[in-house]
Write a protein that binds this ligand. Sequence first.
Ligand code: ADP
Ligand code: MG
Ligand code: ZN
Length: 638
Amino acid sequence: MNKNTEHQDPNTPEHKRGFNLFTAISVFFLITFILNVILSLPLFNPPIEISYNQFVKMAESGNISKVELWDSEIKVVLKKDFDEKFIHDLLGISYSKNFKNMHQQIFYTGRVEDPDLVRMLKQNDVEFYRPVIRTSPILSFMSRWVFPVVIMYLVYFLLFSRVLRKMGSGGGMMGVGKSTAKVYSMEQSTGVVFADVAGQDEAKESLMEMVDYLHNPEKYQKIGAKQPKGALLVGPPGTGKTLLAKAVAGEAGVPFYSLSGSEFIEMFVGVGASRVRDLFEQAKKDTPCIIFIDEIDAIGKTRDNQLGGNDEREQTLNQLLAEMDGFDSGKGILVLAATNRPEILDKALLRPGRFDRRVIVDKPDLLGREAILKVHADRIVLADDVDLHAIALMTSGAAGADLANMVNEAALRAVKMGRSAVKQEDLMESVEVVIAGKEKRDRVLNPKEREMVAYHEVGHALVSALQKNSTPVTKITIVPRTMGSLGYTMSVPEEERYLMTKDELLAEITTLLGGRAAEMVQFGVVTTGASNDIERATRLARSMVTQYGMSDTFGPMGLESIESQYLDGRAVTTASEHTIAAADEEVRTIIDQCQKDAIRLLEDNRVALVKISEHLLEKENITGEEFMELLEEVKSQA
Ligand code: ADP
Ligand code: MG
Ligand code: ZN
């Protein structure tokens, strides 16, 4: 076994397969083309088309020896001693070398509806017949049975030759199931340790135990404890599941066999299963080690599939289950798997003795985000003014991968600005880029639009500031961003909140509707600019009614449940149509009330709205402090 990182499938099969298919099609067309050319070559004089009249005259003048009556045409052969002059005059062809052996010349004419044809031919003593087409039994057998098989074989061979190629010397057509294809990768040492994974303390703790099993199996065996065979890492994308698995291997100092669930699944039933068998076989020779199956939901999907199921996946899953049962947990193999859709996994996978540990790797909280930022910021040069805590506050909801990306964006920006260290403003800007897209200074709004955008954004900020329950603003801008916003208000909570009261939710909805309200208060018109606000406000109000039990009508009755909570968190309704209609009505009432509140707040503070908006129009960006100063100023004057 190689010492270093070894990836067992270096060639890019997708590419090769595409190439083969293309060649095959080209060759096929080339052959067809050549055959056609050969068949249409004029090996003898090409048949000459004549008119039906001419044909009749030929027959009546006794020049024709025989005719073939086909469905749509009549083929005419002249007598050996035909009347050259007559034919020449009839057809207007000059005497030529060709014409001399015209008895070999074949004429044809389209078949016309002519009831007298047969009588006419009989009268003129022309031999006529209608050819009977009979294919030879051998040929028909070939075309029905042999050709399709040959073609299927060819297609099969060309399409899947990569599989065949990989089977190596031992395999033949029937050896697919025994494929020795290796698609997993093996790293002798991952080079990742727990210290590289920040903010996932609970996850790390339970995985730390597993590392200990690998290190001191005797300790556990002595007391009779069986070590768990596997752990399932569950969490949203980008939270560090893959990283954690590598860290377990790195901490334990054991080889890391990894394979992505989607790589198991092949065209052929049996290939995935053979890969599983293969992977475990290799790993068993190399204990202690860690087997990591990423995106296990690709194979581990629950088997009660309505559409007849997927044989390949089922076989792969069964093989995986068998392998997991098959190895002895004392032997030092630990199977880790990752998924962001645990709810669709087959129950058999989750039963004790298989993936009996479930490690939740959730999105990081405030402290976690700060720690992750720190891990990644340690790799770049930072200026003194950098405050990672402030950045962590701004990035609520971001996963580890987002944060890593932000730090990198900031470093790129610093380089672009010609700086030698990353400053806080680079980080702030990169957060904004991730949230709202890059600044788009070349988008020109007309003055009226700019004014509207300014009032809209100040509307949000003002409504938010005026409701004491609501979080303050940190920045307002009317510089358009590439992700479509014409301006935005960034509000950052002072602390991270896990619970929200009903009043806070209502305040939030009111703030979201503040933008639209400002347009109405100041200009008396509404624009398309509020669509995103409206969507979010509606979603919040709906959640209040259907999920949080904050509805007056339904009380704590759940009308929706969350599906795939680690992905989009879509809400699926569980209520009857009648109930949903009533819930919609209630959502409307909430939105309506909040809208009225927002309008009232802005009308009462019209002076502040105008003053701050005009200021924003002038400056394009204002900070939370400036905003608060202006607001206080107006308040003190009143
Ligand atoms: P997942 O497998 O959960 O989708 P990954 O493990 O592939 O996420 O994470 C992608 C990248 O994000 C990692 O390579 C790492 O740079 C960064 N990352 C994610 N979570 C963390 C974390 N908790 N600490 C440090 N870096 C992280
Ligand atoms: Mg991953
Ligand atoms: Zn808005």
